[in-house]
Design a protein around this ligand. Sequence first.
Ligand SMILES: C[S@@+](CC[C@H](N)C(=O)[O-])C[C@H]1O[C@@H](n2cnc3c(N)ncnc32)[C@H](O)[C@@H]1O
Length: 335
Amino acid sequence: MNVSIEEQIRSKVREGYGAIASTEQGCCSGASCCGSSPEVARDLAVKLGYDPAILETLPEGTNLGLSCGNPQAIAELEAGETVLDLGSGAGFDVFLAAQAVGPSGRAIGVDMTSQMLSKARRNAVSFSQRTGLDNVEFRLGEIEHLPVADSSVDVVLSNCVINLSPDKSQVWRDVARVLKPGGRVAISDLALLRPLPSEAKELAEALVGCVAGASLVDDIRRDAEAAGLTDVSIKIKHEYVAVMENTGDSLYRDILVHLPDGHKLSDYIVSTDISGHMPCVGCDGDCDCDDEGLGHGPGGGDDVRLASEAPAWHQSSSCCGASEMGDVAAGKKCC
Ligand SMILES: C[S@@+](CC[C@H](N)C(=O)[O-])C[C@H]1O[C@@H](n2cnc3c(N)ncnc32)[C@H](O)[C@@H]1O
């Protein structure tokens, strides 16, 4: 994709979410990932598995109903961890993560839409007053070029954002750059089981919905693994799209019209829970690797698979050393 088309897509997404942040009205005028009333947003979050009691701790206007999954549920956050949320919107998952990692941890949100960022920063003030926590930060930036230092993050979260990026492989490369050795991803996003018919695809793109540029499941796995993540697991979930179908969400209703007769939306579009972790290469003590060099967290711990699936640069420069790769192939543990 050439740079100007990429920029056009980003501008359009920025414009759409800027309008949502300013008005809290949906860009496609329905209760959907495009924004919705507080009640609808809360109901959706509960259906996605968020604990209603924890939702009560959030400042008003934090949950805009823009999520399509629950990355917190697969993140297994621990006290003291540094968490980064890609496309943090008004701060929904950032505030939940901040409570999970506690005062010794840190939750950072990155979003490229300045109106969203302002909203999130205002919400951070009331979050601090409510909880006494001061471990939240929001940064303006693109998820393709994260304003975050190399190897500084334990967990990357994201909720319904990567599908909006015009350069998804670059997003995964930057995720790999910022993760510490042994760090992990816990990402919810929409994906395609098969390509949308062209009319439905154009409609989705035109409406800047959450589904705008969703990738095929296999392409997500390829991008994540090419970036260096291992133990990549992509769990397919049909509930979110079914909820959207049942609530008569206008974006999804319009896409449905363009599908071949007899096909359901969930034959094409699904939400996914994506987990994976960075190999324990170059861990200098400040990372989530145990004494044997195994990563923790979702999907972690299977270092034999990690070594055999690692990209070329890892195989030559890893903690295993070239001489040990034969041992790994023979079933012995790395490091
Ligand atoms: C569907 S909303 C999700 C917001 C939040 N994750 C939630 O669940 O409430 C998408 C968010 O990602 C941001 N976004 C989209 N593409 C982005 C990109 N390339 N870089 C940074 N932020 C992006 C938008 O500004 C918007 O706030």
